[in-house]
Design a protein around this ligand. Structure first.
Ligand code: ARG
Length: 460
């Protein structure tokens, strides 16, 4: 049992099946860079407080860098007996430096070490996803810009509702992604507190300097309660929750664009480069990327659920259950990163089909609400105005008229004395769009302001 760093009190070796069951090296090896970073900071802290000499510290820091390089080069043996990434790196250091390597674990435990590693990893991953989201926002803004002047039918309940300007539509996603970035930034802020030095659960009698380690690793502060540190995975859950909303936003968007690229809608042209075909039906061009973005949201929701259930009912402090945090955390980040990247490719390549959209813009009485508001502005109570226009829509349907504009002056006047010929100026989607006024609405001037604001904000 001498080979195990915890083997001192054991007489018999570990059952192979237990080693296989308890290992995490198969998945936590991807933490190696952050484990090295954390250990180097820890060594510098030990030197700072006089527990290592300068030379010893330098040897440890250099040794760890060399181990990192070997892992990067694929020249590093991973073995089951060494359980996890922390023990692999420490063992390799000891192989190289002898007793000096055996000093590194002074004043820390794998419990605060793993938490530090995972936080460092998640911090980088948050920054990568944030960069991806910014890139995607820019793609949406550019799309808003190149589709200016196009009017779309806006939907509620997937039924035609009111007209909206195309840029207004694209910018709606920019807003959602902005909130996603805000949530990730919030998670990052709360995450950025140093666990190292909490040791196993109770702290340590070694005179460590946690503030020093925090500065070395770019943490904003030091976690104040060692028991809390040892059991805390809030940061993982919070980040994955933020990722889940990203995934949900992308899934809704993907669903819409899948619909829009059907024959039935025909609103959207997807470039060949992002579509795939069918092995049996030669004519097919399928939006698989969008379908997979929609589908993969399931994995992210699954990861969040796994993490939530993982910590349910755990007593203080560290429990081995927590080793299972990494798989859902890694998978959520990997999945969302890939989806965000591909979403940007789709947004950059897809174009609205203005002719197909215009052809059917007269369907659905998209101007009915504008006409109702015209009555309200003349003093008709909203409920009454709603009824009047509702009856006109009913009349159109009975007479087989597609548009309110197809009604005669007599029909309008009969519905309300306030619907004179001037009301015609409000009919049709173009007029309806011009009638909008409120802040945040699809009024052309408002949409232009939105677009300008985003271009400035995102540096476009
Ligand atoms: N591989 C472990 C994990 O990921 C490291 C911590 C082990 N701590 C312990 N007390 N066994 O959680």
């Amino acid at each position: 049992m001498a080979s195990k760093p915890w083997g001192g009190r054991f007489e018999a070796g570990t059952d192979r099946r237990v080693e296989e069951f308890t290992e995490s090296i198969s998945f936590d090896r991807r933490l190696f860079r952050h484990d090295v970073l954390g250990s180097q900071a820890h060594a510098r802290m030990l030197a700072h407080v006089g527990l290592l000499t300068r030379d010893e510290c330098d040897a440890i820091v250099a040794g760890l860098s060399e181990i990192r390089a070997r892992i990067e080069a694929g020249d590093f043996p991973f073995v089951l007996e060494r359980e996890d990434v922390h023990m692999h790196i420490e063992a390799a250091l000891t192989e190289k430096l002898g007793d000096l390597g055996r000093k590194l674990h002074t004043g820390r435990s794998r419990n605060d070490q793993v938490s530090t590693d995972v936080k460092l990893w998640a911090r980088d991953a948050i920054d990568r996803v944030d960069a991806g989201l910014l890139h995607l926002q820019r793609a949406f803004v550019r799309s808003a810009d190149r589709h200016r002047g196009i009017i779309l039918p806006g939907y509620t309940h997937l039924q035609r509702a009111q007209p909206v300007l195309a840029p207004h539509y694209f910018l709606a996603f920019v807003e959602k992604l902005e909130r996603d970035r805000g949530r990730l930034a919030d998670a990052r802020k709360r995450l950025n507190v140093l666990p190292l030095g909490a040791a196993a659960l109770a702290g340590t009698s070694i005179p460590i300097d946690r503030e020093f380690a925090a500065r070395e690793l770019g943490f904003d502060g030091v976690a104040a309660n060692s028991l809390d540190v040892s059991s805390d995975r809030d940061f993982a859950i919070e980040s994955v929750f933020a990722l889940t909303l990203v995934a949900e936003h992308l899934a809704g968007w993907a669903e819409e664009w899948i619909l829009w690229s059907t024959q039935e809608f025909g609103f959207l042209a997807l470039p060949d480069a992002i579509c795939t075909g069918s092995s049996i039906m030669p004519q097919k061009k399928n939006p698989d990327v969008l379908e997979l973005i929609r589908g993969r949201s399931a994995r992210v929701v699954g990861s969040l659920t796994t993490l939530l259930v993982l910590i349910k009912g755990l007593p203080l402090a560290y429990n081995r259950d927590l080793q299972e945090d990494k798989l859902p955390l890694f998978d959520a980040f990997d999945t969302v990163e890939a989806c965000v990247d591909l979403a940007a490719v789709v947004v950059e390549g897809a174009n609205l089909r203005p002719d197909r959209i215009r052809e059917r813009l007269d369907e659905g009485y998209l101007d009915a609400t504008t006409l109702m508001e015209h009555l309200i502005l003349q003093g008709v109570p909203q409920r009454t105005a709603h009824e009047v226009i509702g009856r006109l829509v009913g009349l159109c349907e009975r007479q087989g008229l597609k548009r309110l504009a197809d009604l005669s002056d007599a029909d309008l006047a009969e519905a309300s004395p306030k619907l004179g010929p001037e009301a015609r100026d409000l009919l049709g989607v173009e007029a309806a769009i011009r009638a909008f006024k409120s802040y945040g609405s699809t009024a052309p001037a408002e949409v232009e302001k939105q677009l300008e604001r985003w271009k400035t904000k995102l540096g476009l």
